[in-house]
Design a binder for this molecule. Structure first.
Ligand code: BT5
Length: 249
């Protein structure tokens, strides 16, 4: 459901790092609010009541975390978008001094084995992509869902004094704008080596292909943004939409 005339009222609007930012106290999902916006506009909310993950999984979005959606121009190489957004978030976190960051294909940002951030791309029309970014900062996802206590981490656990949410927003949006323009001018190939540096090496994984499980070594992504899996015999390539879940084993 896209909100054409939103039932949510923004608390603040501002120009930030080349973006128009709309901030809300509470929305259902920032991706759904951003769905009706033009490119280079972004939505941040203090809380989401129906934060979404991939395949309709839910995303805990309690107060104190960064819940942000940015509307990007859809590039010719559309499959590059989630990876470039991941690169933007990792660059921003690296510049804050977060160490041992890695990406888990296709859309998780981890420190060690704990999830710090998740990304969700929605394409509501051919010209624009809504890039949703959820980053645990000083919120408490484990209070809402105890199963997350052991599997998540927050920026406040990693660096002494995390910047305010608006400053984190500014930094992410600035990275996103820069890398999106780089993607448009230089193409995915120019960003691929940096993206392939984010996986922290080869890992044994099990892919859930909507019920069918397949094991192998995750190698990297190829120049079409597909996961390359070494199944000791063959190298197979998978699109993000084909893989319901990637589990490290
Ligand atoms: C994701 O999905 O990781 C994408 C999350 C994207 C959230 C952003 S917030 C702004 C924008 N608006 C939205 O509505 N969404 C985006 P997925 O890979 O499917 O992971 C979902 C799983 O992560 C859940 O099933 C939980 O196990 C776990 N999870 C839920 N809340 C979490 C949290 N706050 N921190 C870490 N893990 C969480």
């Amino acid at each position: 459901m896209i909100h054409m005339a939103s039932r949510f009222a923004p608390m603040r609007e501002s120009d930030l790092a080349g973006w128009r930012l709309h901030e809300y106290r509470e929305v259902d999902s920032t991706n759904l609010i951003a769905a009706a916006m033009p490119v280079w506009e972004a939505v941040r909310a203090d809380r989401q009541t129906a934060g979404r993950g991939r395949f309709n999984r839910s995303w805990i979005s309690d107060e104190g975390g960064l819940w942000l959606s940015a509307v990007l121009p859809a590039p010719a190489e559309r499959q590059a978008v989630p990876l470039v957004v991941g690169l933007a978030v990792c660059s921003m976190l690296g510049s804050l001094g977060v160490r041992n960051l890695r990406m888990r294909w296709p859309n998780d940002i981890l420190v060690g084995d704990r999830k710090l951030a998740g990304l969700l791309m929605d394409q509501f029309d051919p010209a624009r992509v809504v890039a949703g970014i959820g980053l645990n900062v000083a919120n408490h996802p484990g209070r809402r869902d105890p199963s997350l206590v052991a599997s998540t981490v927050r920026l406040a656990d990693l660096i002494a004094a995390p910047p305010a949410l608006i400053e984190l927003t500014r930094r992410v949006l600035a990275e996103l704008r820069g890398l999106s323009l780089e993607l448009q001018t230089g193409g995915f190939a120019t960003l691929l080596p940096r993206i392939n540096g984010l996986w922290d090496g080869v890992r044994q994984v099990e892919l859930d292909l909507d019920g069918t499980l397949i094991r192998g070594d995750f190698l990297r992504v190829d120049d079409r943004g597909r996961l390359m899996l070494d199944t000791s015999g063959a190298i197979l390539a998978f699109e993000p939409g084909e893989v319901r879940q990637l589990r490290e084993i």
